[in-house]
Structure formats: structure tokens, C-alpha cells
Design a protein around this ligand. Structure first.
Ligand code: NDP
Length: 300
């Protein structure tokens, strides 16, 4: 058997196109432009790349994009002031503070200062609580992207056995909540889980969010299961030339694809969905702020 490849790049393009259409309708019917503000503190090269591509895609779907680039030694008070002004700005519907922050800044405090209605990353404690109690919330982008791909592939997820490997606040835990919300029977595995291969072998859906290159081999996968690989790991690739690298997921792709029913590749799987869902969340936040109905299929 060879798994169907779930093409996250193509699916993300479809989501962005839907967002662009809805943004167009907001402009013509309500004279509204959703606005996304990204705040970056410091010079982390990976963060700079993310912020650039978020800004570019925000503009491409017709939204307003604002970037605040602050120095590495920005004080907490100065950062909180920027967030306060964005909270109060009616043209801004989504605020994202790029993580990680420099060590001297308290991440929980900073995230907690964002208006929960504008918290398009879904990390504010109010949104975590709303998601955990099955209420309308802003949902973290990466797990939302995984959920959209699973729904698109399966239709209903009701009654399926799902195993999420990883219990981080940004991926593992919200992913498990979303799967529970769609009536899966959910197991959350982590570094202390006993007999992980056996736990994974029971799953109809496996979501791997560990951060360990190719940790999940094909012989852990139940034949026909759907595998969502969240991991992004960079490995040396001397075969491509000196100093070259390649990206791999947390799943050993070749062996897993031989048994799975469907699988997301790395790159080109979950990754592109994350930014698409950030745009979807900004649109949702704009609709909610203006008392308008939310577009179909872009929220949990
Ligand atoms: P974290 O490091 O915060 O969490 C990793 C989790 O994996 C922890 O819960 C840890 O368990 C668990 N874990 C570690 N080792 C093992 C093991 N041997 N067996 C079972 N579980 C283990 O990572 P994140 O959740 O932030 O990210 C996970 C991966 O997803 C990374 O590769 C990251 O780069 C990627 N990622 C990709 C995104 C995308 O857009 N595609 C977005 C966000 C992340 P414990 O809690 O017990 O320590």
C-alpha cells in the first residue's frame, strides 16, 4: 500500500484564496479591511523570515499588514505599550507577537496583555480556556491547520482513535482539544509515555509534534491510518553539497507512507497551513469584531 499524500501546500493555497474572496466581500459590502499586526523583538534570523512571509501573504489576500520591529533590548514596558496601542486600534483585528522573545521578557505576561479577541495565535489564557470548554475561541494556527486537513480528508472524524505525540501548549494540547471537539477518542503521548509504539499502533489518526527527526517509523503505524507530521527538523545533507541541509519531519516518511492511508509530507504538509490559518483567524477576528457572520470552514 502507498499512502495518499495530503498536499498542504495546495490546500493552504485554497484556504488563502477563500480568505481573499471573503476579504474582497468585506471591502465591497461593509467597507472593512481586516488588519494584522506582527510584533518582532530582536534579530532572530528564523523569526525575521517568518515575519517577512507573514507580511507578504497578509497583503496578498488583501488585508492590511503592520509590522513592529523592536530592538533586542526593548523593555517589557515598551513592548506592553506597543501591544496596548494595537489593542486600541480599530483597524487592527489580529495581533501576533513572534516567539520566542528575548530572555528578559516574560512571554506569559506579554501574551496575556493581548486583547483575547485579537489573539490570532490563540495563546492567550482566555482562548485556551474557551477552547478547553468547547466555546468559541481563537484557535492556535498549527493545530487548526491540521484539523482542517483531517476534516477535508475524512469528512467526519467522529469515533476515530487519535494519538497526539507531544503535549506542548502551542501544538499538542490544543490539537488534542480540537480532536476531542470533533468526537475522536484522544490519547496524548509524551516523553514519559510507556510503550509508545503500541499506543501509536492503535491510532486511526496520528499527529506527531515532537521535534525529533524521523522518530516515528512505519512499523508504529496502523495500516490505513492518517499521519499528520507537524515536526520541522533540519538535518545536514552532505549529499546535496557542502554545508547543505534538508528538512525532515518527526515521522520517517518513506516507511510510514508504505503503510499509512494518508500522510502529510515535510516540507509541504502542515507548515504552509500555519500561515494560511493565521490569515483565516485574522478574518474571523474581523468578522466577530464587527458582528458579522464568520465564513464557513475557516474556524474550528
Ligand atoms: P515542544 O518541544 O514544545 O514539545 C515537544 C513534545 O514532544 C513534548 O511534549 C515532549 O514531551 C514530547 N517528546 C519529546 N521527546 C519525546 C519522545 N521521545 N517520545 C514521546 N514524546 C516526546 O515542541 P513543539 O510542540 O513546539 O513543536 C513540535 C514540533 O513541531 C517541532 O519539530 C517544531 O519545529 C514543529 N512545529 C511546526 C510548526 C509548523 O508550522 N509546522 C509550528 C510549531 C511547531 P514532554 O512534555 O514529556 O517533554
Amino acid at each position: 500500500m502507498s499512502a495518499q499524500v495530503i498536499d498542504g501546500k495546495a490546500f493552504a493555497a485554497k484556504v488563502r484564496a477563500q480568505v481573499a474572496t471573503e476579504v474582497g466581500k468585506l471591502a465591497t459590502e461593509h467597507d472593512l479591511v481586516p488588519g494584522l499586526a506582527v510584533v518582532l523583538v530582536g534579530e532572530d534570523p528564523a523569526s525575521q523570515v517568518y515575519v517577512r512571509s507573514k507580511g507578504k501573504m497578509t497583503v496578498e489576500v488583501g488585508m492590511k499588514s503592520v509590522e513592529h520591529r523592536l530592538d533586542d533590548d526593548t523593555t517589557e514596558a515598551a513592548l506592553l505599550d506597543v501591544i496596548k496601542s494595537l489593542n486600541e486600534d480599530p483597524t487592527i483585528h489580529g495581533i501576533l507577537v513572534q516567539l520566542p522573545l528575548p530572555k528578559h521578557l516574560n512571554e506569559d505576561l506579554v501574551i496575556g496583555s493581548i486583547d483575547p479577541a485579537k489573539d490570532v495565535d490563540g495563546f492567550h489564557i482566555s482562548n485556551v480556556g474557551l477552547l478547553g470548554t468547547g466555546q468559541k475561541s481563537m484557535v492556535p494556527c498549527t493545530p487548526l491547520g491540521c484539523l482542517m486537513m483531517l476534516r477535508d480528508h475524512h469528512g467526519s472524524l467522529s469515533g476515530m482513535d487519535a494519538v497526539v505525540i507531544g503535549r506542548s501548549n502551542i501544538v499538542g494540547k490544543p490539537m488534542a482539544q480540537l480532536l476531542l471537539g470533533d468526537s475522536c477518542t484522544v490519547t496524548i503521548a509524551h516523553s514519559r509515555t510507556k510503550d509508545l509504539p503500541d499506543v501509536v499502533r492503535r491510532a486511526d489518526i496520528v499527529v506527531a509534534a515532537v521535534g525529533r527527526p524521523e522518530m516515528v517509523p512505519g512499523d508504529w503505524i496502523k495500516p490505513g491510518a492518517t499521519v499528520i507530521d507537524v515536526g520541522i527538523n533540519r538535518l545536514d545533507a552532505p549529499e546535496k553539497g557542502e554545508g547543505k541541509t534538508r528538512l525532515v519531519g518527526d515521522v520517517h516518511y518513506e516507511s510510514a507512507a508504505a503503510v499509512a492511508g494518508a500522510i502529510t509530507p515535510v516540507p509541504g504538509g502542515v507548515g504552509p497551513m500555519t500561515i494560511a490559518c493565521l490569515l483565516a483567524n485574522t478574518l474571523t477576528a474581523c468578522c466577530r469584531a464587527n458582528g458579522l457572520p464568520e465564513p464557513e470552514g475557516l474556524t474550528a
